[in-house]
Design a protein around this ligand. Structure first.
Ligand code: NAP
Length: 287
């Protein structure tokens, strides 16, 4: 029951209609018995700072930030965590007293998905990240912090690749597509494989040459819809271990929940809510 005492949290982005965050975080609030409500606001590019101002004016309990506002949100916070500062991007705004702080929980969510859900520790591992946008940079930084042996960035544009490699620290280098062959862990951080990205001949494009993959590798696709991308299907067919992006999404939301409430979230309830929403989406789209 929503009352005058209900705390409001929200996500802002554009587009936002298909966000799973309301389902995931409302499930977490409900499981914890907290009088919180989480909603999505479509905020167009250029209005990100106004959205952060609204957090202050309306006294929101917390704000999730997604494309295209992460950099503007970071700039509008009073303080940033080390990772948000390094990335120049905030996806989670929270209060410390009267100070509005910005964190970036994508990298921590990625590491938790690997370590907690899959039992994989990237320390010492040879990693290749294909893609160097917001997600690729967050993963590069996280793998550097996690003491990965090597973090090779492969991206079609060289400058973002150099930036992401720097974020990984001493382990970071810019590489070429064939580097996938020598990796222990390969991460797809491009949108290639999402249902919406289709090649001109109608096929679903792959982000890398799947003939380079082996059964000794872990292949992580940050995409979670579809759950099995063409990359993951091809990797599975070659005997590789495969991980999709749902765990990262759940765990980054879990970090936000902890920031906002100082409580431990019910990860299983969050995951179940996300899967229900995805199933509903699939049913609605008529597949
Ligand atoms: P972004 O900032 O737009 O970056 C996209 C990256 O993909 C860039 O490196 C871009 O290369 C590359 N790319 C785009 N189209 C390409 C193409 N046709 N061929 C080759 N490379 C291409 O996007 P993002 O926010 O990093 O998101 C990337 C993916 O991660 C998306 O699928 C997103 O849904 C997913 N993601 C998942 C989570 C999660 O929690 N699981 C969180 C964040 C993002 P250029 O630099 O050359 O443009």
């Amino acid at each position: 029951m929503v009352s005058g005492a209900t705390r409001l949290a929200a996500v802002v982005g554009d587009p936002i209609r298909h966000s799973l965050s309301p389902a995931i975080l409302n499930a977490a609030f409900e499981a914890a018995g907290l009088d919180w409500l989480y909603v999505a606001f479509q905020v167009p590019e250029g209005e990100g700072r106004a959205a952060v101002d609204a957090v202050r004016t309306l006294g929101l309990g917390g704000l999730s930030v997604t494309m295209p506002h992460k950099a503007v949100a970071a700039a509008a916070c009073d303080e940033l965590t080390g990772v948000a500062k390094a990335l120049g991007a905030a996806n989670c705004l929270y209060w410390q007293g009267t100070t509005l702080c910005g964190d970036n929980t994508d990298g921590a969510g990625f590491l938790d998905a690997l370590r907690l859900d899959e039992g994989i520790d990237p320390a010492g591992a040879r990693c290749v990240i294909v893609g160097a946008g917001g997600a690729g940079r967050a993963v590069a930084h996280a793998l550097g912090e996690a003491d990965a042996g090597r973090v090779v960035i492969v991206n079609r544009s060289p400058r973002p690749a150099e930036h992401a490699a720097r974020l990984a620290g001493p382990a970071g280098v810019v590489g070429a597509p064939h580097d996938v062959a020598g990796a222990d862990i390969v991460v797809n951080a491009t949108p290639l494989g999402m249902g919406t990205v289709v090649a001109t001949d109608g096929s679903k494009p792959l982000p890398l040459d799947v003939d380079l993959l082996t059964s000794a590798q872990v292949i992580v696709d940050l995409i979670y819809d579809p759950a099995t991308t063409p990359l993951l299907a091809a990797a599975h067919g070659r005997g590789a271990r495969t991980v999709n992006g749902l765990g990262m999404l759940i765990h980054q939301a879990a970090h936000a929940f902890r920031r906002w409430t100082s409580e431990e979230p019910a990860l299983e309830a969050m995951s179940a809510a996300a899967l229900r929403q995805l199933a509903r989406r699939t049913a609605d789209s008529g597949y």
